[in-house]
Design a protein around this ligand. Structure first.
Ligand code: SF4
Ligand code: SF4
Length: 130
């Protein structure tokens, strides 16, 4: 897999400088990722830096049409290929210790979610909005 830059890119230039593999280049204000150089930041960071740095929702996303070089797709069966790719991605996440990242993310999320829930359940005093 690699990452790709979409037409949601606003050209902020954050991704280019954070890529550890110099995989991102700019041509006529259009950013692009060289799939030959992008390795999902494996060996450098637990999270792809272009994706992490991008201020847009979908300006920089995984390109699932480019399979990992380590993945050999030998079957024409759609679901077999899907599970092969899934296993490969999960093993990468584990190798990158992203489970810790997501655990931290979920802990933070649940903390604020509980706070928000408590806040919403707190009765508003009569006349407070008057
Ligand atoms: S995933 Fe990492 S290596 Fe690939 S383009 Fe983004 S920053 Fe560069
Ligand atoms: S960080 Fe996102 S918005 Fe900024 S140049 Fe890169 S892809 Fe475009």
């Amino acid at each position: 897999m690699t990452y790709m830059i979409t037409n949601q890119c606003i050209g902020c230039n954050r991704c280019e400088s954070v890529c550890p593999n110099q995989a991102i280049t700019q041509n006529n204000h259009q950013y692009q990722i060289n799939p030959e150089r992008c390795n999902d930041c494996v060996g450098h960071y637990a999270v792809p830096q272009c994706w992490a740095a991008c201020p847009t929702a979908n300006g920089c996303i995984p390109d699932l049409t480019v399979l990992p070089q380590s993945l050999t797709v030998s079957s024409n069966d759609y679901w077999e290929n899907w599970f092969t790719l899934y296993d490969c991605l999960v093993s990468r996440l584990k190798a990158n210790h992203q489970s810790e990242y997501w655990q931290s993310w979920f802990n933070t999320y649940s903390h604020y979610s509980q706070k928000l829930s408590q806040h919403l359940q707190t009765p508003t005093p009569v006349g407070a909005n008057a």
